[in-house]
Design a binder for this molecule. Structure first.
Ligand code: FAD
Ligand code: MLT
Ligand code: ZN
Length: 478
């Protein structure tokens, strides 16, 4: 047998992971599109191979082999990312490192309130493992049935519980990472305090696979609430929605675990494409709000608090009508409507997605002003607005005018629409990416909208940790 470093790369990868776990286009029966095509169908890449390691030692060996062969690596979890960050480019020279075989729960420490899982663990399976142990793992998003905790950490995912529990970063205590040199950083600490130097964990989280490959993580667990109630409220304006948020914070305190806003056009798309979901109240109001109250006492306590909140809101005029789910099935139905907006909008056709954050207090003015500018500059465009208002995070999406061809509209106007919206975001002290990341889609915009000193420090970090640009090149920093 030839020594490993002189063997052709694919043969080495087969020896490391097993032949069945190195997929290439050489086998005509193998369809690589699930790994090469991004979720939104914006980009179809071409992989040299899809490699599926089974443990951390294999990941390290794959990285060493790829480094020696100067072959870039694109880490991938569930491939649900929305910014083209987890698929290969079109060159046919990059390998996709699919982490989904590494999916076991390694340990649960009930007294320390932690769970340690491998990176390829699907988020829903992690939630279930926590629940079976009597705890809550609060990260929750529409893609939870297929996204992985490694991808959630890679993107610092947000979702619908951030208002109470924070982003994925806030939920993580420790990481195991394979570096660009193929070394293993054993950082799976379950510590809540550790001031021994630079915070490498938080540097890795949100780095979108460009600084290291996350192979496992120790995540925080929480007590399960005694009761969880969901309400759906009609609000007359975005200003009223922000007023309701203030009231909900004041009345519910830490029991407020979800606060989502949904615009009328976004809900009309759910009604159009999924009429069986029976969207409430949307026809009579420009905005609806979904609120969740997680109570540590009892259901009757939660219901009493919720009803008092809604009564006060009706009295102040910031809510015009509302329903409180009677039971868990109804509550799940309301959440399902909210989570179906992404699919309804994808079914309607290609659109220009914006995942922005703005200080909550400034969102009403931002929306009024930016809606008007878009209508003036791109007559007929339709706005699919919804998002995590409790976190100041809007999905402020722009759909082509009725009857227009989506792809043609995007080709002609995407950059101009992006510029208009991002200039407005900057004017209102916001960020052009709240939770989805930069990926490839926003990479050319970052130099214009990010502080130049911050960008220079980011480039210095990348150069120090991955000097040969092996890990996910072309993403985040271009
Ligand atoms: P992938 O798409 O496979 O990868 C995403 C990025 O992470 C890539 O840059 C990749 O290289 C990197 N990566 C993946 N695994 C690793 C690893 N082990 N180590 C290092 N880097 C890695 N996002 C939100 O934030 N909030 C939402 O509410 C939300 N809702 C969604 C709803 C739908 C219907 C869909 C389709 C997507 C939604 N997303 C949301 C976006 C997406 O689900 C998240 O970005 C998620 O965190 C991606 O996880 P993944 O496993 O699919 O990662
Ligand atoms: C959501 O909040 O539903 C997601 O971030 C997905 C999206 O923006 O479409
Ligand atoms: Zn979101």
């Amino acid at each position: 047998m030839r020594p490993p470093l002189t063997q052709p790369l694919l043969e080495q990868l087969r020896q490391i992971c097993g032949a069945a776990n190195v997929l290439t286009h050489d086998d005509p029966a193998t369809d690589l599109s699930p790994w090469e095509q991004d979720w939104r169908k914006r980009v179809r890449g071409l992989a040299l191979a899809v490699v599926r390691p089974g443990d951390t030692a294999q990941v390290a060996a794959v990285v060493k082999a790829c480094a020696a062969a100067n072959t870039p690596i694109v880490p991938q979890g569930g491939n649900t990312g929305l910014v083209v960050g987890g698929v290969p480019n079109g060159s046919g020279t990059q390998i996709v490192l699919s982490m989904t075989r590494m999916n076991t729960v390694r340990a649960i420490d009930p007294a320390n309130l932690t769970i340690t899982v491998e990176a390829g663990c699907v988020l829903q399976n992690l939630q279930t493992a926590a629940e079976q142990a009597g705890f809550l793992f609060p990260l929750s998003l529409g893609a939870e049935g297929s996204c992985t905790i490694g991808g959630n950490l890679g993107t610092n995912a947000g979702g619908t519980q951030v208002v109470r529990y924070g982003n994925t970063r806030e939920l993580c205590l420790g990481l195991e990472v394979v570096t660009a040199q193929g070394e293993v950083w054993h950082g799976l600490s379950g510590l809540r305090k550790d001031n021994t130097g630079y915070d490498l964990r938080n540097l890795m989280i949100g780095s979108e696979g460009t600084l290291g490959i996350i192979t496992a993580a120790t995540m925080k667990l929480y007590p399960q609430p005694a009761s969880q109630l969901t309400a759906w409220a009609a609000v007359p304006s975005m200003e009223a929605a922000v007023q309701l948020l203030g009231l909900a914070h004041h009345r519910l305190g830490p029991s407020l675990t979800g606060f989502e806003v949904m615009g009328q056009f976004a809900l009309s798309l759910v009604d159009k494409h999924f009429p069986q979901l029976r969207v409430p109240l949307w026809r009579e109001t420009p905005w609806c709000v979904l609120l969740e109250n997680s109570d540590s006492e009892s259901e009757s306590h939660a219901r009493g608090q919720f009803e008092a909140l809604l009564e006060a809101a009706l009295g102040q005029g910031c809510v015009t009508d509302a329903v409180v789910a009677e039971n868990l099935t109804q509550a799940k139905g309301l959440w399902h409507i909210r989570e179906s907006i992404t699919m309804a909008q994808a079914t309607e056709g290609l659109n220009i997605k914006h995942d922005i954050s703005i200080p909550v207090s400034r969102i009403p003015d931002f929306v009024v002003e930016t809606d008007a500018l878009l209508a003036q500059n791109f007559p007929g465009v339709r706005l699919v607005d919804f998002g995590h208002l409790g976190d100041g995070n809007l999905h402020y999406n722009v759909q082509a005018p009725e009857g227009a061809d989506g792809p043609t509209f995007l080709r002609e106007f995407e950059d101009k629409v992006n510029t208009l919206v991002f200039d407005q975001v900057t004017k209102f002290d916001g960020s052009i990416s709240a939770e989805h990341g930069v990926g490839e889609l926003k990479v050319h915009k970052l130099p214009h909208y990010k502080d130049p000193t911050a960008l220079a420090m980011m480039r210095a970090v990348k150069q120090a940790l991955d000097p040969h640009n092996l890990l996910n090149p072309g993403r985040v920093l271009g």
